[in-house]
Design a protein around this ligand. Structure first.
Ligand SMILES: Nc1ncnc2c1ncn2[C@@H]1O[C@H](COP(=O)(O)OP(=O)(O)OP(=O)(O)O)[C@@H](O)[C@H]1O
Length: 351
């Protein structure tokens, strides 16, 4: 369980992280979403003990990262896929990590297979790796110690659609077996695909958090017809909001099935009907991203936020559901693990 409470980080006059609170529970894949410079990496660096907080707390299993014995066996991290030594092969990189953790070399082969790096690829120097391959190596490195918690900074950067699908399955399996995943991204659609909970951060502040499905709201529909004015009137009469779409036709705040039903009822022939954006979350994120452009205000030290989100529209939801106590340090949570804890091809049992 990851708990971040009233976290604040100042760099001189810049408030990079501003009263951030959220939690990630076992069984959840939590996406930490925000535009460039929003404060995601800073928060993850504080969580993993790389940067001190100005105030507030960030704990894993109730403990500061630095207080967890042999932390790589409990918390798998991928903070910078470009940070691997370029001169080493992937296999050498993982063997070095495994030996540091006291794990045998065969664990490396299990992980290479799990992340889809072939034996031949594993023998190539990291300098010749694509970003997507580095991400796979980073995930393998994070999973080596069969941790209960994964913290991944921008792990889908550089992955192709098949890679994103693979990452989704891997993290879902990890969470389904009791693990906790926190991953960051500035890419809304990727995080929507992968995460079941999302924390949206902008200009250092949490703008919204909750279940992905609930935050996303009803998807928009893009529709065109032989008579858009008549269709708009029929939709309005049915209590459905619509407006002109940038692409021509209408953008409707309802699902395609509902729009189709209204059109059929009104006897209006459709020439196009497809799901558009992902509703509330996309609208909010587009505004947030626009507000985060340099020069748009809010991103420079001392400037006010360019966009403020009324709490009534995007309330940070009470989270986590159960009150968070600093957990008693359970010996069974961080035992010296006997090896191998994981069967080949699995992400292993969770503490
Ligand atoms: N060591 C540092 N010294 C000064 N300012 C910093 C430092 N690290 C980060 N910042 C600033 O803090 C803010 C948040 O940066 P952070 O890297 O956490 O954002 P991010 O959401 O991870 O962005 P990105 O998606 O671009 O990685 C930015 O304005 C950044 O310039």
């Amino acid at each position: 369980m990851i708990v971040v409470e009233h976290l604040e980080k100042r760099y001189g006059s810049l408030l990079a992280v501003d009263d951030v609170s959220f939690a990630a529970l076992p069984g959840q894949v939590v996406g930490f979403l925000g535009p460039n410079g929003a404060g995601k990496s800073t928060t993850l660096r504080i969580l993993t003990g790389l940067t001190p907080a100005t105030s507030g707390t960030a704990t894993i299993g109730g403990y500061l990262y630095r207080d967890i014995p042999n932390p790589a066996m409990q918390v798998g991290t991928l903070l910078d896929a470009s940070a691997f030594h370029n001169g080493r092969t992937a296999r050498e990189t993982l063997r070095l990590s495994a030996r540091t953790m006291g794990l045998p070399d065969r664990r490396v082969d299990q992980l290479l297979e799990l992340v889809g790096l072939s034996s031949q690829e594993a023998g190539r120097r990291v300098k010749d790796y694509s970003l997507g391959m580095r991400q796979r190596l980073g995930v393998a490195n994070a999973l080596l110690g069969d941790p209960a918690v994964l913290i991944l900074d921008e792990p889908v950067n550089g992955l192709d659609p098949a890679g994103i699908h693979w990452m989704r399955g891997l993290l879902r399996d990890f969470a389904d077996s009791g693990g906790t995943v926190l991953l960051s991204s500035h890419l809304l659609h990727e995080i929507e695909l992968i995460a079941d909970h999302i924390v949206v951060i902008g200009q250092g502040r949490v703008m919204a958090q909750g279940r992905t499905r609930e935050l996303a709201g009803t998807p928009d529909t893009q529709v065109s017809s032989v008579d858009d004015a008549a269709l708009a009137a029929a939709l309005s009469a049915a209590g459905v909001t619509s407006g002109p779409s940038r692409d021509g036709g209408l953008q409707v705040q309802a699902e395609p099935a509902r729009v189709g039903a209204v059109a059929a009822e009104a006897g209006i022939a459709l020439t196009e009907l497809r799901q558009g954006g992902t509703g509330n979350l996309e609208r909010m994120y587009l505004e947030l991203t626009a507000g985060a452009q340099r020069g748009a205000g809010g991103m420079l030290p001392g400037q006010p936020a360019a966009q403020t989100y009324p709490p009534s529209t995007y309330p940070p939801q009470p989270y986590p559901p159960q009150p968070y106590p600093p957990q008693p340090y359970p010996p069974q949570t961080y035992p010296p693990q006997t090896y191998p804890p994981a069967a080949p091809g699995s992400t292993g049992g969770r503490a």
